[in-house]
Design a protein around this ligand. Structure first.
Ligand SMILES: Cc1ncc(COP(=O)(O)O)c(C=O)c1O
Length: 397
């Protein structure tokens, strides 16, 4: 007789992006020419000075346990980055470095949520937020995405109907995955004003900071310093420095939050590998300018993707201003099609992969059915060919 599994953890959904990626790889191994628009990582390589710094650190024996929550030199360098680039003053004791922003966000859920606490998550949302909240015993409360493609993406009026006495936290993601929007300074000021008297934790995921194409990224914390005692900034090296596999992310926030997240890390992953820390330190010393040509390349690919998508009948989109995704609205196509029930982008994406060998994550994964997420961090030729196949598949609906 086998004992049962954890009820709470059994509710978790496996990451749909990882599942789609696995299926795409399987088809490629069978010899199909698969186009993978599903991965959330830049196609360029980690800067060579970062790689060399880590190799040198390995040679010098940085292979032992490091400091939980990140070594002091790295936390000092992150504090300097936040001061210089975001005009935010944090002490190293208010910063925790973890195994990717994902671990930081997971530990934040465990650290902040009590059984039944509600966390506001505006849709479309990154796939892991809801699962982290469930794992911690909380209740994700999804704020539906606005149905219009123009106009603000998140306002106090959109949030208010979902607030209850159990609301404990809100998650903000700008630039946004999967929608590619960036909240404007005016939108952030409105949100800051609204949040100023709310007793909630504000988790601001700013991991796509350097992919803000129309205006430089601004943190809500910079605009609304009065939120500081409830504000937790999350960022990382995966996207901006093309370091997804290195697994380095961090948080900056109130010292008591930093301390409990650090304690959790001492009881889970222990620390970041020391040689990885050296790579992260080197990335910070290069600075965002070092990556500027890559960001410009992504912007030109965004323009190409938008141009090609605009030629497709019945396809709408929120023209993206950040990250490297287009969230494509195919609801009109699905509504007209005899093959699909309303808004069933899940079925469309499964068929797109099976028959056209194009992998795109369906909107259902982000709490917003009827959409497909295109990651345009791929070569222009791949983008052109994949969108040609998508256009044919939509026309055949
Ligand atoms: C919005 C968002 N937050 C966090 C993460 C996690 O990043 P990391 O690689 O640092 O764990 C991702 C990765 O896809 C993301 O899209």
């Amino acid at each position: 007789m086998q004992p049962s599994l954890s009820q709470r953890i059994s509710q978790l959904q496996p990451s749909p992006t990882v599942a789609l990626n696995t299926k795409a790889k399987e088809l490629a191994e069978q010899g199909h020419k698969v186009i993978n628009f599903s991965v959330g990582e830049p196609d360029f390589t980690t800067p060579m000075p970062v790689v060399e710094a880590a190799i040198e650190a390995l040679r010098q024996g940085k292979t032992k346990y490091g400091a939980a929550g990140g070594g002091l030199p790295l936390r000092k360098a992150i504090a300097a980055k936040l001061a210089q680039e975001n005009q935010l003053i944090y002490q190293p004791s208010e910063i925790v470095v973890g195994i990717g922003a994902k671990e930081i966000l997971f530990h934040l859920s465990l650290a902040l949520i009590n059984e039944g606490d509600e966390v506001l998550i505006p849709a479309p949302y990154w796939v892991s937020y809801t699962e982290h909240v469930i794992a911690a015993g909380g209740k994700p409360v999804v704020i539906p995405a606005p149905s219009e493609h123009s106009g603000p993406r998140l306002t106090p009026a959109m949030i208010a109907p979902y607030v209850t006495s159990r609301t404990k936290a809100i998650v903000l993601t700008s630039p946004n995955n999967p929608a590619g929007y960036t909240l404007s300074t005016a939108e952030l000021r409105d949100l800051g004003q609204y949040l100023s008297d709310k007793p909630w934790w504000i988790i601001s995921d700013e991991i796509y900071e350097y992919m803000s194409y129309e205006a430089p990224h601004v943190s809500l914390a910079t605009l609304s310093p009065a939120l500081r005692d409830r504000f937790i900034l999350v960022n990382g090296f995966s996207k901006g420095y093309a370091m997804t596999g290195w697994r380095v992310g961090y948080m900056a926030g109130p010292a008591k939050v930093a301390e409990i997240v650090r304690t959790l890390q001492t009881q889970s992953s222990t620390c970041l590998p020391g040689f990885v820390e050296e790579g992260a330190l080197k990335a910070l010393s290069l600075g965002p300018l070092y990556m500027q040509d890559k960001m410009d390349l992504l912007k030109s690919r965004r323009d190409l993707a938008v141009r090609l998508l605009r030629d497709m009948p019945d396809v709408d989109m929120i023209p993206p201003t950040g990250a490297f995704y287009v969230f494509i609205d195919i609801r009109k196509v699905l509504a007209k099609s005899p093959l699909y029930s309303n808004d069933n982008s899940l079925a469309f994406s499964a068929r797109l992969l099976e028959t056209s060998h194009v992998a795109m994550v369906p909107g259902e994964a982000f709490g917003t059915p009827g959409f497909l997420r295109l990651s345009y961090a791929v070569h222009e030729d791949v983008l052109q060919e994949g969108l040609r196949r998508l256009s044919l598949a939509l026309a055949a609906c």
